[in-house]
Design a protein around this ligand. Structure first.
Ligand code: GCU
Length: 608
């Protein structure tokens, strides 16, 4: 991350006053030989047009932030060796391109793997203004425009949005504004109850007035705040259910409060029963979001956006697209991704996400969502992302949020080039490792879409039965004969939440893509896969392959000329990944062999 910024020589100790001034300064410091004319054209909004003139100069037209994005597009192109584009027109596909930080005011970060919070410490704001500007610049350089600074689980709601919070928050918003980055706050639905109101019922006039008054104060301090992000009735958070109200009642009440200021309510749909009894076979967690929201399609105010995790579970290595993202046609939707590697290796194991995102966006019909969000992978570590190579996920998320047609390979090579400037063979070698890293991780962890064989709560390393008898609704039910959950019509019926052609595709194990097989079906170990292997053999093969691929990856990584301090961090994490991959491979294979009694057809070692 820092390495990419180091190409930009602009001195940020003098804070820029506007995106346009920043664009001018960045261009003249990064491309001093080139002549630019910046042409303010508000009709282009955040989009930009670049045109080379006969005299060799360039015009960048756009609205305020459009000019800035155009400038960064020029700089990225020049610095990554592609030369300056002679004619280019680009508009972002999604309006809000959001980073959601799960930072707590005590300085910890929920699911954070890069050190403590960038914004808070000791229950108050504590940040380095220069780093804030650096972060603003990182975001702007890849087109990201919204930063939610605090955790969706609001742990200290009493303090939020009060007089002592707002002046500090205002100062922070002022730092980010020239970068075209607007702030957002997570709020707690029961916030009024901490301020003398006896209820949080969304239909109570007392509650409505409290939120209206509070919104007024907040917007007085930060007039361009995006709005509030809300996790309600989810994993113990308060919400409208307590009062017998639905989520449209809750979200619309908040939407009324922020509407006069142009604010939005981003309402998360991560709602399910997290106190499930494992003996209960009627409840199936992936069905929950649809059951809570689909019937409310069309009921949400126009300044409410429902934020839906990309899959129906929770950021597993492989999940189908959430049916809500396909079905709620009359509601504003945002899709939520997770850069923090909660289930995907804690920024220790390599896991480059863009190949996975490409699959997700390909499944998503063109105009179904209006915004995208990603849970942040940033922290106070000097390199921002803990693992230097995890920065590729932040960078490419920005490019994808701007344009989901972004080519995965080009995006990753652009990042490598800007970050390390390797010679061509080294760049190619790293590119191959990064692009293959998600498949490799998938192979050595839980098999074929089943998910959840990870160590409970911490979510790093294998524990195949760790969640099996727990309350979270995430079961694989492996026994001596079979593994998986039947989610077809004959089973839990989850599949019925999808359009008919998808029901057909996934409903039959013969047409269901292998990688989703155990998400949708319960199958015997002797089930014959499309390529003729049995299910159990496929499980063994994937795990051995995953570990072998990790070893090969480590060889390549060790051979590359990473500069210090990156090299030391990368190599020590690679060693931990190797250990992790072996643990996963051996434990999962042993787990299934003990159950099935099946030997590996290729005679490799599976421990008793
Ligand atoms: C997961 C994660 C939690 C987080 C939650 C959410 O369950 O483990 O830490 O709070 O997602 O997205 O709200």
């Amino acid at each position: 991350m820092k390495a990419w910024l180091s190409h930009l020589s602009l001195d940020l100790t003098v804070s820029p006053s506007s995106p346009e001034e920043l664009a001018r300064a960045e261009l003249s410091s990064a491309l001093p030989e080139t002549v630019f004319r910046l042409d303010n054209d508000p009709s282009l909004g955040e989009g930009y047009r670049i045109q080379k003139k006969a005299d060799g100069s360039f015009t960048i037209s756009g609205g305020k932030t459009g000019i800035l994005y155009g400038a960064y597009a020029m700089i990225r192109s020049a610095l990554s060796g592609r030369g300056l584009p002679e004619s280019l027109f680009s508009v972002p596909k999604y309006g809000l391109r959001m980073i959601n930080c799960w930072d707590n005011m005590d300085g910890t970060v929920e699911r954070g793997y890069s050190g403590r919070s960038l914004f808070f410490e000791g229950d108050r704001f504590q940040y380095n203004p220069l780093r804030m500007m650096e972060l603003g610049r990182l975001m702007a350089s890849v087109g990201l425009n919204v930063l939610c600074i605090n955790n969706v689980n609001v742990h200290n709601p009493a303090q939020l949005l009060l007089e002592d919070f707002l002046p500090e928050a205002k100062r922070l918003a002022d730092l980010f504004r020239p970068f075209g980055v607007r702030l957002m706050f997570s709020v707690d639905f029961s916030q009024p109850m901490r301020h003398g109101i006896p209820t949080a019922d969304p239909l109570s006039p007392l509650v409505q007035d409290w939120w209206k008054k509070t919104a007024q104060e907040v917007y007085r301090a930060i007039p361009d705040l995006v709005g509030f992000l809300v996790k309600a009735d989810s994993e113990g958070r308060p919400g409208p259910f307590t009062y017998g109200r639905n989520h449209a009642d809750g979200a619309n009440m908040l939407a009324d409060a922020v509407r006069p200021f142009g604010g939005k309510i981003i309402w998360r749909c991560f709602v399910y029963n997290c106190r499930q009894d494992w003996r209960d076979v009627q409840t199936d967690r992936p069905k929950a979001a649809w059951e809570h929201y689909a019937f409310l399609d069309g009921e949400f105010a126009d300044n409410v956006i429902l934020q839906v995790k990309h899959g129906p579970f929770d950021f597993q290595v492989r999940e189908p697209l959430s049916p809500l993202l396909l079905g709620m046609k009359q509601t504003n939707l945002a899709m939520e991704l997770q850069l923090a590697q909660e289930y995907t290796g804690h920024q220790i194991d390599l896991y480059t996400m863009i190949p996975m995102w490409k699959e997700i966006f390909e499944e998503l019909p063109a105009d179904n969502i209006m915004s995208v969000a990603a849970v942040s992978n940033l922290g106070r570590d000097d390199n921002y992302t803990g693992h230097p190579l995890a920065a590729v996920n932040f960078y490419t998320f920005g490019l994808m949020a701007w344009d989901p047609e972004t080519h995965a390979e080009s995006a990753v090579s652009e990042w490598i080039r800007l970050t390390y400037g390797f010679r061509s063979e080294d760049e190619k070698a790293l590119l191959k490792v990064l692009l293959g890293s998600r498949r490799t991780y998938e192979k050595y962890t839980a098999p074929l879409g089943i998910g959840w064989m990870i160590t409970p709560h911490d979510h790093y390393g294998p524990n195949p039965s760790g969640y099996e008898y727990d309350l979270w609704g995430t079961y694989h039910k492996a026994n001596r004969e079979a593994v998986g959950i039947d989610r077809t019509e004959k089973g839990t019926g989850y599949l019925l939440q999808y359009p008919e052609e998808l029901q057909k595709k996934y409903g039959d194990p013969a047409t269901c893509p292998d990688l989703y097989l155990l998400f949708y079906h319960r199958l015997p170990y002797s089930f014959v896969m499309k390529d003729g292997r049995t299910l159990i053999q496929r499980i063994y093969d994937d795990h051995f392959e995953g570990y072998e691929e990790t070893k090969a990856m480590a060889e390549v990584i060790r051979s590359l000329p990473f500069p210090e301090p990156d090299r030391e961090i990368i190599l020590s994490r690679m060693d931990r990944q190797l250990y992790n991959a072996k643990e996963w491979c051996d434990i999962i294979n042993t787990f299934f062999r003990r159950l099935s009694g099946a030997d590996d057809a290729r005679g490799r070692t599976i421990y008793d």
